[in-house]
Design a binder for this molecule. Structure first.
Ligand SMILES: Nc1ncnc2c1ncn2[C@@H]1O[C@H](COP(=O)(O)OP(=O)(O)O)[C@@H](O)[C@H]1O
Ligand SMILES: [Mg+2]
Length: 226
């Protein structure tokens, strides 16, 4: 089903000031993200992947150019309901249990419905049922990544932006996490963008967007798509 354009970027740039210098993290990016897109955002370290994901989430603001979320609404309404961002760095809240961490987007969004049931289902998607009452400090790195993924899907967002979600995992663990995520999303219309420098991860997605020194290259369809 075609649900229109979720994110539209027109010549979006983001530069950072550092001392007297200006660092161009993203330069003139133009693209469209559609429902059900499965995109690998590939580029080496420092190429601008995290900056681009933060812009797409409305968490950061372009220095120039225009970003819009035609099917989603105003930037301050995106997180965490419509867009889930899985940060590159560990992001679980230490004093809260696994269940409480996963419930957070629903609580922030004041979601209706059975929160406990939604949390249980999200945990089960990633095989985490046994860890519900653990604290983050009791988990391995791989388990923390899976909990962060469970938190990203729990509210059934329209877009998931995952920043190197398998970066700290061995290949088998990383692929198991992707398998679970892709199987889950195949039942929804959620768009997925995964930043990675791992070709085997990128190979699991439908489309590759390459970014090099802030310059994004996307297929023609993703530039001109309606
Ligand atoms: N907050 C910041 N202040 C200054 N420079 C930054 C900041 N965040 C990122 N950069 C710089 O912007 C560029 C792109 O960074 P980033 O988006 O983190 O790339 P990637 O995620 O691909 O590793 C790099 O040169 C990085 O050093
Ligand atoms: Mg990064």
């Amino acid at each position: 089903m075609h649900e229109g354009v979720l994110i539209a970027a027109e010549a979006v740039s983001r530069s950072y000031r550092q001392g007297g210098a200006s660092i161009a993290a993203v330069t003139s990016a133009t693209f469209r993200l559609h429902a059900q897109d499965r995109i690998a955002l590939m580029g080496r370290s420092g190429s601008g992947k995290s900056t681009l994901l933060h812009l797409m989430a409305g968490l950061d603001v372009p220095s120039s150019g225009a970003l819009a979320w035609p099917a989603l609404g105003a930037p301050d309404t995106l997180l965490p309901e419509k867009v889930s961002l899985v940060f590159q760095a560990p992001s679980l809240l230490e004093p809260m249990t696994v269940s409480e961490n996963v419930a957070l987007p629903l609580l922030l969004a004041k979601a209706a419905g059975d929160i406990d049931a939604a949390v249980s289902a999200a945990l089960a998607t990633f095989g985490l049922e046994g860890l519900a009452r653990k604290l983050p400090e009791e988990l391995s790195g791989g388990q923390m990544q899976r909990v962060a993924m469970a938190r990203a899907i729990v509210g059934n967002p329209r877009v998931i932006l995952a920043d190197e979600p398998t970066g700290q995992l061995d290949q088998a663990t990383g692929h198991a996490l992707l398998d679970a995520l892709i199987a889950h999303l195949s039942a929804t219309h959620t768009a997925l963008v995964i930043a990675t420098h791992d070709p085997s991860v990128a190979g699991r997605m439908d489309t590759i967007w390459r970014i090099e020194r802030g310059v994004l290259a996307v297929p023609v369809m993703a530039r001109e798509g309606l």
